[in-house]
Design a protein around this ligand. Structure first.
Ligand code: ING
Length: 312
């Protein structure tokens, strides 16, 4: 009996800086209902999906910064989404800015949670690869200050057994790093679910801005193929406070093929019925890790951070 999981990617269009969380959650509920109408049991929402992508702004006042974060989850603004998911019998992942007070410290993470069909948070991931910068670039149209506002994730790349599948999460820039998928691949992941906010142009000119969607898809297709898993990549896209965000949400099969793709840069649901046993094909052949990997030669991957040229 094959295991089939109908998954949806709930892409959103722009979220204005002054858009309330309540209004955003209303949009997410509409997307949840649209996904339900297509038979989806699990919905992937984008990164930092409760607010505008605030790391584009330089802020110094901690209270102003913390206002973009959630200090509890669920909370009054998001409870309607949790309640509707329970009513519809669906699970979801949700990307948001997590503020944690523990051990006398206040910590800030770019987080994604996995919520089961009973509204219970069964998984939590905190973004490991934080792109951008922490210094003020001054007179630029927008910045990318994730390194200023978030700590690197402290939970690694866990994989959970839920919805009769091995599920993992990542967030945005994580999808560009092969280590992200491989650590989950070594836990036999079958579906990697990730959201992203990807400005089409950086605060400073970048060489490859014209290849933003090619690199977006290349990263996720490669991750899927090389770890024989599905990858669900879901954007917050469109022109958000005059910053053009890439859309391009996709669902990739373990073969690396794209099996669902967004057509717009707005609120849009993409779905696919994932035959989870297709993951086994290459997990037992080309990417049978136990049969083919030679870890005695991979030491540099976890012992060296930056590249060191020969002779140095
Ligand atoms: N955004 C971008 C991403 O990794 C970026 C940052 C854009 C990196 C373009 C490289 C090129 O998709 C986030 N939020 O990580």
């Amino acid at each position: 009996m094959s295991r089939t999981l109908i998954v949806a990617g709930a892409q959103t269009g722009p979220i204005a800086p002054d858009e309330s969380r309540r209004h955003v959650v209303g949009r997410l509920i509409e997307l949840l209902r649209a996904a339900h109408a297509r038979g989806a049991k699990l919905v992937v929402f984008p990164e930092l999906v409760l607010t505008t992508f605030f790391p584009r702004y330089w802020m110094e006042d901690q209270a102003e910064i913390d206002a973009w974060f959630e200090s509890e989850m669920p909370n009054a603004a998001t409870m309607p989404l949790f309640d509707e998911a329970v009513r519809l019998g669906m699970g979801f992942t949700l990307g948001y800015a997590e503020l944690v007070r523990e051990g006398g410290r206040t910590r800030h993470f770019n987080t994604s949670i996995l919520v089961d069909a009973h509204g219970k948070i069964i998984g939590r991931y905190r973004k490991v690869h934080l792109p951008g910068h922490s210094d003020n670039l001054g007179d630029v149209p927008y910045q990318h200050l994730e390194k200023k506002y978030f700590e690197p994730g402290d939970l690694g790349f866990p994989v959970w057994r839920a919805f009769d599948a091995n599920l993992g999460m990542a967030i945005c820039n994580d999808r560009r790093w092969p280590e992200t998928y491989r650590v989950m691949g070594l836990q036999d992941v079958e579906v990697v679910m990730l959201g992203y906010n990807t400005p089409l142009r950086g605060p400073l000119p970048r060489q490859y801005d014209h290849l933003a969607d090619f690199h977006n898809k290349l990263s996720m297709q490669a991750g899927a193929y090389q770890n024989s898993c599905y990858v669900v990549g879901v954007a917050k896209g469109g022109l958000e406070d005059n910053c053009d965000l890439l859309a391009g949400s996709i669902i990739c099969a373990p073969s690396g093929e794209i099996i669902a793709q967004a057509m717009t840069a707005g609120d849009e649901v993409i779905t696919a019925a994932l035959d989870l046993d297709l993951c086994r094909i290459n997990k037992e052949a080309v990417f049978n890790f136990a049969a083919h990997r030679r870890i005695e030669h991979y030491g540099l991957i976890s012992s060296r951070t930056g590249a060191v040229p020969p002779g140095e």
